[in-house]
Design a protein around this ligand. Structure first.
Ligand code: NAP
Length: 279
């Protein structure tokens, strides 16, 4: 089957991305004649890429660092969510116009929406790009109180200006009685931060939920400590999965079977060790 529609991801440096794997699998799964490629695009080439996307009628694009904000003025339209978050991770066509959306928000909230009950307060650790999608998601869930904390207080200012959230100094973060704690920093990630946690281990407990945006390793120190203390845990793998499911639905109108897609991600990220939760 020859591909008729072209999709892909742009970013720089692109490194190893799982997006081609998941979307090409989806196209095959539904028998759709489409292909998804990876395009490393340097910042100076971004306007040229957007022009090429229009010229060639590229059907959909995933956008990652460092283009998520820079691409916004180059588009014909933005969803309210993308505007609110201040970042675009998905390009799609709407009535012959090239639009930008942000599926990180839906990706983040999906595992929480599936729960019967939600805590009424949350604390977000970190105020970078991902934290904006997290905060937008938490507010969309209607949580009563959302607080954020950041190592560098000044860097939290744009987020505090754009969203109705409270700021807690980094050193006082564990004094906040939040039911949901979200790690939106890279602490715990494979590499220099592996084995570290942004949260003191004695401060978890039953009734709390720990949500780590880090997905490699699968079982971070943050999640392992939370689980050992009887808290519930959500892995960053879920956000990764559901933002991709949402993108695929936006482009094709089809729902990727989440269980199979998760298995594919687990096998790609953690190999045979994925099944027991280890990296
Ligand atoms: P970012 O924009 O670079 O922000 C990083 C944040 O982490 C900043 O608030 C930074 O604080 C804080 N930070 C970094 N190193 C720290 C340290 N040693 N101690 C305390 N705070 C530290 O990154 P991002 O795009 O928001 O991504 C954050 C994490 O989320 C990354 O690990 C990324 O892989 C993950 N992520 C996962 C998904 C998913 O689908 N699961 C999606 C997006 C991102 P300062 O302001 O003080 O520097």
């Amino acid at each position: 089957m020859l591909p008729e529609r072209l999709f892909g991801i742009i970013g720089y440096p692109l490194g190893h991305t799982l997006s081609p794997r998941i979307h090409n699998w989806g196209f095959e799964r539904f028998g759709l004649p489409a292909v998804y490629l990876a395009w490393p695009v340097t910042p100076d080439k971004l306007p040229g890429f957007v022009a090429a996307a229009r010229l060639l009628g590229i059907a959909g694009v995933s956008v990652t660092i460092p283009h998520k904000t820079a691409i916004m003025p180059m588009l014909d339209g933005l969803t309210e969510l993308a505007r609110k978050v201040g970042a675009v991770n998905t390009l799609f066509w709407k009535d012959n116009e090239l639009w930008g959306d942000n599926t990180d928000v839906a990706g983040f909230t999906r595992p929480l929406r599936e729960r019967e009950t939600l805590p009424d307060s949350a604390l977000v650790l970190g105020c970078g790009g991902a934290a904006r999608a997290v905060v937008a998601g938490l507010l969309s869930l209607g949580l009563g109180r959302v607080s954020v904390t950041n190592r560098t207080p000044e860097k939290a200012e744009p987020l505090l200006r754009d969203f109705p959230v409270a700021f807690v100094p980094w050193e006082e973060r564990n004094s906040v009685p939040a039911g949901l704690i979200v790690n939106s920093t890279p602490i715990g990630m494979t590499g220099a931060y592996e084995g570290l946690s942004p949260w003191p281990r004695y401060d978890f407990g039953p009734g709390r939920i720990a949500y780590d945006l880090v997905y490699s390793p699968r079982r971070t120190r943050f999640l392992a400590d939370a689980e050992a203390a009887g808290a519930e845990v959500v892995s960053g793998l879920e956000m990764l999965l559901w933002q991709g499911v949402e993108q695929f639905r936006l482009w094709t109108g089809r729902d990727l079977p989440a269980k199979e897609a998760r298995e594919l991600l687990v096998a790609s990220l953690y190999g045979s060790r994925g099944t027991n939760g280890e990296r």
